[in-house]
Design a protein around this ligand. Sequence first.
Ligand code: TYM
Length: 324
Amino acid sequence: MMRVLSGIQPTGRFHWGNYFGAIRQYIDLQDGNEAYYFIANLHALTTIRDHAALWQNTIDAALDLLALGLDPERATLFVQSDVPEVSELTWLLMTGTPLGLLERCHAFKEKKAKGLTADAGLFTYPVLMAADILAYGSHLVPVGEDQVQHIEVCRDLAGSFNHAFGEVFVLPKAKVLEHAARVPGTDGEKMSKSYNNTIEIFEDPKSARKKVMRIVTDSRPMGEPKVPETDHLFQLYSLFAAAADREAMADLYRAGGFGYGQVKKALADAAEGYFAEARVKRLELAAHPEKVREVLGDGAQRARARAQQTLQRAQEACGIKAKS
Ligand code: TYM
């Protein structure tokens, strides 16, 4: 059986990019696999420095994931920091991590390029992420394209540990959906909180509609045809629409004689309908916080059992513990 694992940071409410790039995959992969999904609060601490915000975001993240269809009977859902073994494993990996490898990682490089000072948490972020993945013996890591580099780092670190101490870690593979590898935001760039171009999954439909109506488009005249595949508005519409509607919209693009306002309205309608059921489910879940705590508690227990085994093997391999 394949072990699947992924993490998502509670840095704010989840957006369409998170959903189509990652969360949607979590839900599809919980059947037929041993799946672990976690809320990456230790990673979020590199950007959120506020008790109330981090705590509330963590609870909201759990509610969002459960409402969207993550099923605790089929997958293990937990909070990253509830498995301290991962932090210990991070150190074991850190001792063999070349600085150059981390210097090449996007998040750090971008911050440095902007002349901002980065802390050690941001710099070593990919090592913690590697420990997350390796602790559970994960084969497959469903993510958006922006995380692929980190999974390559993870493979490097696992490979060199194995080379030094014997076969302890499984080398994971990233799983990226071609059509949702990089979901565009309202400005056409990658949808991301740091670009301030997101539309949230559980945003009030009126506010989501407003943002859709403000999506940046080119100044193509009404009558002119357009290639649908390269248009970010069409890309967004495609994520929500049924196949027949998507085709009809693509035909409209190719024929010309349409306005972007019309496409935006169709997108806002499709998005509202798409998340309607999850919206109701979220309200129900939010009324029972004790159940959510129970889910996370059970998840942590299951996740820890698996991480403890891996940590023990790693400790024995490198001489921190006697070989059993
Ligand atoms: P994070 O929290 O930034 O994003 C969570 C997931 O959403 C995906 N994503 C997108 N996919 C497509 N288009 C977009 N516009 C878009 N924006 C975000 C991300 O690729 C990601 O899959 N470092 C990770 C969290 C993490 C993790 C892990 C992931 C910590 N440990 C172990 C996998 C395995 C992160 O910051 O994701």
